[in-house]
Ligand binder design. Structure first.
Ligand code: FBP
Ligand code: AFP
Length: 323
């Protein structure tokens, strides 16, 4: 079993990954280890509960949202390879080092409603090349397919790192010495599945194609799909994606009719694109119901999207229902 450093050495040589990109990802991982220590201690280090502040999306922040965000910003700013940062918890991008060649985007702590109840949460990250010229919001507005690395750290029963440099996906487990050890390489999401994840409490607000799709699944072997489906909902997208990476499944957070101006709940730049790259690198698919997620041209840092991801057959079927 390779340590994370050994993996980086071999993987970067084999795939010609620049050392500046490796260094950028190493800084993300250093920050995540620090976040993991805070998450693990919970009430013992006084990090649970509300921060008493809100973010740009109008969501109440938890103390750990704020702490994780600051750890990532402080750590990444000291890396000369990082030109700028964008975070789900920040109104605007944060400039870092003028000479840096990379941009890092992150959701510091995904699954906020689970922070205080000891259920899996995670940090999601995306790395882009900085375009030439001065740093501006537009520098970050690149399609998901332009990402040069992406992944997540899942603070669950184990702390896991899941990473892709676009040469497959690698999974690492944090050991007792605080070192990530590679525990799975090149996982593949099965093309077919009989497991789905959706917040069914929103059912009456879904558009007709999603209503039809979920009704098909619920009908089980008595319906057109002719097999029984099981359902899971953790309410941490990062945990749902990890389950799908390990055993397949389909995850949906569809568009909601309540607010037609909102394309969905989840964020394109901090959640859908990085998790989408992981999913696609493992043979799965991701769509906003109509287009390939990774080909959407972003229009704003905090843009929201509908998300359907996971096993290729189910994601393809949902797209067909939207034609
Ligand atoms: P946060 O970024 O505020 O954590 O919201 C994202 C998220 O927690 C996803 O990880 C999860 O899939 C979803 O919201 C859960 O939403 P709901 O509370 O509507 O089930
Ligand atoms: P196990 O004892 O096999 O883990 O089953 C118990 C349990 O996992 C329980 O913790 C869950 O609430 C429930 O089963 C989930 O059941 P479904 O698979 O029917 O959702």
């Amino acid at each position: 079993m390779k340590t994370f450093s050994q993996y980086l050495m071999v993987h970067s040589q084999e795939n010609h990954i620049p050392k500046e990109l490796i260094s950028t990802v190493e800084s993300i991982i250093i920050a995540c280890k620090q976040i993991s220590r805070n998450v693990r201690l919970g009430a013992l280090s006084g990090v649970l509960g509300e921060a008493g502040t809100g973010n740009i999306q109008g969501e109440a922040q938890k103390k750990l949202d704020v702490i994780a965000n600051q750890i990532l910003i402080d750590t990444l700013r000291t890396n000369p390879n990082v030109a700028g940062l964008a975070s789900e918890e920040e109104d605007n991008f944060v400039a870092a080092n003028e000479q840096g060649g990379y941009l890092v985007l992150f959701d510091p702590l995904d699954g906020s409603s689970n922070i205080d109840v000891n259920i899996s949460i995670g940090t999601i990250f995306s790395v882009l090349l900085k375009p030439s010229g001065s740093l501006k919001t537009e520098s970050f507005l690149q399609k998901g397919s332009e990402q040069v690395a992406a992944g997540y750290v899942l603070y669950g029963v184990q702390t896991l790192l899941v990473l892709t440099f676009k040469h497959g996906v690698h999974v690492f487990t944090l050991n007792e010495q605080g070192e990530f050890i590679e525990t799975k390489s090149l996982p593949q999401i099965p093309e077919q599945t009989a497991e789905f994840a959706i917040n069914a409490s929103n059912q009456r607000h879904w558009e007709q194609p999603i209503q039809k799709y979920i009704n098909e699944l619920l009908a089980g072997e008595d319906g057109v799909r002719e097999k029984n489906y099981n359902m899971r909902w953790v309410a941490s997208m990062v945990a749902e994606v990890h389950r799908i990476l390990m055993r397949g499944g389909v995850f949906l957070y569809p568009k909601d009719n309540r607010d037609p101006s909102k394309a969905g709940k989840l964020r394109l730049m901090y959640e859908a694109n990085p998790l989408g790259l992981v999913v696609e690198q493992a043979g799965g698919k991701i769509t906003n119901s109509r287009e390939n997620m990774l080909e959407i041209q972003p229009t704003g840092l905090h843009q929201r999207v509908a998300v359907v991801l996971g096993s290729a057959e189910e994601v393809g079927h949902v797209r067909e229902l939207h034609i």
